[in-house]
Design a protein around this ligand. Structure first.
Ligand SMILES: Cc1cc2nc3c(=O)[nH]c(=O)nc-3n(C[C@H](O)[C@H](O)[C@H](O)COP(=O)(O)O)c2cc1C
Length: 334
């Protein structure tokens, strides 16, 4: 594996290599490193991995929760779910069937998942495509080219969400108008709140050498989300609790990595999710079926230049060692 695509301007991301003929222990620790490339709200990277020889545990790190924009931790758990999916992708690319226990300990709600290796499996071309996408993927906030995504590719993205237990609803033009109006109202409410503005300011427009948050060199995460071109979609599913949010995050990663592998650009839009009135509008757009988790803009990128890669914390700050004994884990379908 290499670092980010050299056509993108810089931003430190942890480098790692896939081990040759890895044993389960080295595959698990590599999977935790690959997961550090996952997207997270405002690049908070709200996760902590603890690596053992026979499992790796994923914890939500509450220190990084956005207290104003994300009081329930919905976006935090979504971000961790994306990291979990990245780790699962890495295990498959190293020839191991992952087994996952989600929320394995009722007394530790911050322990989101325990990931282990079930058995060796053949490495497929699809697994390698998704693996490559983990380092190429980035949030593309530039404009979107004026060419529609082929219906068959959109169907592949819907399947990617479905394979992770969530759904991707592509909005029609009327729905886009409704949701954009709701998002504008949500942003106005948020920007009228001094605490929200302070929080947003503290995570964005940061110095170029930071390792969390969004540096000023990266296109701003708020404003001009709604280009006339591109497709808008809502990621949704059943349930509005941490168990559902974790799966939704896995689905987000599945959709995003698949889109990256197909050369598409994605920009999440979370303002409309952050306030109850915005979620209510999305719920109605979904005809009352399911809970909305995130809105996405999907499209053909305008080119490959001018995207800044957002940095990550050094791996040692997000990955530590596990000391507890392992439990039995349930397998994932091959
Ligand atoms: C749950 C979630 C919500 C996000 N919301 C937004 C958003 O509203 N606007 C935006 O521009 N980016 C959004 N992002 C993208 C993050 O800012 C981005 O993942 C992070 O800065 C890391 O950059 P990268 O995706 O380029 O690696 C979101 C990401 C996640 C996982």
């Amino acid at each position: 594996m290499t670092g980010p695509d050299t056509e993108h301007t810089n931003g430190h991301r942890p480098a790692f290599g896939l081990p040759h003929e890895p044993d389960p222990a080295s595959a698990l620790s590599t999977a935790a490193l690959v997961a550090l490339h996952a997207p997270s709200v405002h690049n908070t990277q709200p996760w902590h991995w603890r690596v053992g020889t026979d499992r790796v545990d994923l914890y939500a790190d509450e220190r990084w929760r956005l207290r104003v924009a994300d009081p329930d931790g919905r976006l935090l758990v979504l971000s961790c779910g994306a990291a979990l999916h990245h780790a699962r992708v890495a295990l498959r690319a190293m020839g191991f069937l992952p087994s996952v226990r989600r929320f394995p300990d009722r007394t530790r709600p911050d322990l989101l998942a325990s990931l282990a290796v079930d058995k060796p499996i053949p490495v497929t071309a699809q697994a390698l495509d998704l693996m490559r996408a983990t380092t190429a993927r980035h949030t593309d906030r530039r404009g979107i080219a004026d060419s529609p995504v082929p219906e068959r590719t959109l169907a592949v993205l819907r399947e990617a969400a479905g394979s992770e237990g969530a759904w991707l609803h592509l909005l029609n033009d009327d729905q886009v108008r409704t949701v954009v109006a709701a998002a504008a109202r949500a942003e106005a409410v948020e920007m009228g709140d001094a605490a929200f503005r302070r929080e947003l300011d503290s995570w964005t427009n940061r110095p170029a050498d930071v390792t969390v948050g969004i540096p000023a060199t990266v296109h701003p995460p708020r404003g001009d989300e709604y280009s006339r071109t591109g497709h808008y979609a809502v990621l949704y599913g059943s349930g509005d609790r941490p168990t559902a949010w974790l799966r939704a995050g896995e689905a987000l990663s599945a959709v995003w990595l698949t889109a990256t592998a197909h050369g598409l650009a994605i920009r999440p839009i979370s303002a409309v999710i952050e306030i109850p009135a915005g979620r209510a509008v999305l719920h109605k757009v979904l005809s009352g079926v399911g809970s909305p988790y995130l809105m996405l803009r999907i499209g053909v990128p305008v080119g490959t230049n001018g995207v800044s890669m957002t940095p990550r914390r050094p791996a040692e700050e997000s990955v530590g060692l596990l000391t507890e004994p392992a439990d039995e884990a349930a397998s994932e379908a091959p």
